[in-house]
Design a binder for this molecule. Structure first.
Ligand SMILES: Cc1ncc(COP(=O)(O)O)c(C=O)c1O
Length: 370
């Protein structure tokens, strides 16, 4: 049987990630290979670390790098470096990824209390305050942008509550970094991780992460070798071999971060906000609404209610086959009830909003009314 050929046509990736990659990022993937400790290559690693430090707003004392892996690797790295059997973790669970984070802490042997919240609503900081008053926790885990529901949890309001109780704070910024403000210094976050393939606009395969000095001091003695933050620091800072990081992925992330910093963070956040608002308006014109209430929404991921009587997967298939646009399906209890439209990285444009709204109007047989 002949091999499947590589894709040769463009597809607009407006799902929950990966987001589209720019031509510049795509070209970077094909730069000549270098090994992971080549004198030119390590300078690129320095640039990546510097750009990521700015992006997280990580003050002196934080160690920031990109793990080889995806957002899930970031989750694992937070858990293996901070948690050992018997420790207590409070994990906010108001969506699929909060649930995954709680499972990851549990696999590390922690006693995990799940602070359950409604899927589609941001967690109320008062709930966190009450849970922390009821027990002593070593670590609190929280997802900033909950990709399964399109909700943004109020990390900035929760972080001081956690600090008062002297627990370490782990924040998942997989769908928020690069799209909305994330400030680990102002919010006093201990571990914050993300991915390369959403707000940053690179392919998947690297997971930016930052550890506060407090988190590094409390690091477990023997975390997994591949995710040991001290060994990673030896590689990234002291140029000691740890693993063979992918040069093409570093090239691509390097280019994506250069684009991001040329654009400027405030302009980038503003672009994501404008695309989100245009989408909300465009969807309203064909009588579609978002799941979360206005104040709870994450601009980079839009959870759209599937109208009664409509088969969600038929519409997704129509967008893919007729318009070459990918959007995401609902996860877990929201399967069949929402579509997930990502406007992230270089994909967050008004042109893409018009395309996806027109495609949805076509699939549903609706004419924009406003
Ligand atoms: C909030 C959140 N956390 C973690 C992950 C896991 O990331 P990955 O699929 O890159 O492993 C995702 C993936 O979409 C996510 O949205």
């Amino acid at each position: 049987m002949p091999d499947q050929p590589l894709p040769s046509t463009e597809r607009l990736l407006l799902g929950p990630g990966p987001s589209p990659v720019s031509d510049r990022v795509r070209r970077a993937l094909g730069a000549p290979p270098r090994s992971h400790l080549d004198p030119e290559f390590v300078l690129l690693l320095d640039d990546v670390r510097r750009h990521l430090t700015t992006l997280f707003n990580a003050a002196e004392g934080y160690f920031t790098c990109a793990l080889s892996g995806t957002g899930t690797t970031g989750m694992d790295a937070a858990a293996v470096n901070l948690v050992e059997p018997g420790m207590s973790v409070l994990c906010v669970v108001n969506g699929y990824f909060g649930d995954r984070l709680s499972q990851i802490f549990r696999r590390q042997g922690a006693f995990v209390e799940r602070l359950e919240g409604e899927w589609g609503r941001a967690i109320d900081p008062a709930q966190v305050e009450r849970a922390l008053a009821d027990g002593r926790f070593d670590v609190v885990g929280l997802v900033h942008g909950e990709t399964s529901t399109g909700v943004m949890n109020p990390v900035e309001a929760i972080a001081p509550i956690v600090r008062k109780r002297d627990a370490l704070l782990v924040v998942d910024a997989v769908t928020s970094l690069g799209a909305v403000p994330v400030d680990v210094t102002a919010w006093d976050i201990d571990v914050c991780y993300s991915c390369s393939q959403k707000g940053l606009g690179a392919p998947s395969g690297l997971a930016p992460i930052t550890f506060s000095s407090r988190a590094r001091q409390q690091r477990m003695l023997l975390p997994d070798f591949s995710l040991d933050i001290q060994k990673l620091e030896d590689f990234w800072v002291r140029r000691q071999y740890h693993h063979t990081i992918s040069a093409p992925l570093i090239y691509a992330l390097h280019a994506a971060l250069a684009e991001l910093h040329e654009e400027g963070l405030p302009a980038r956040w503003q672009r994501h906000a404008a695309a989100h608002l245009a989408l909300v308006e465009g969807l309203a014109s064909i009588d579609l609404q978002l799941l979360p209430a206005k104040d709870h929404r994450l601009p980079s991921l839009n959870a759209v209610r599937v109208p009664k009587g409509v088969d969600a997967s038929v519409v997704r298939d129509h967008l893919l086959s007729r318009h070459n646009i990918e959007i995401g399906a609902g996860l877990g209890p929201l399967a069949g009830r929402i579509w997930r439209i990502g406007l992230m990285g270089s994909g967050a444009t008004l042109g893409n909003v018009s395309r996806v709204v027109a495609a949805l109007a076509d699939a549903l047989g609706r004419t924009p009314g406003r």
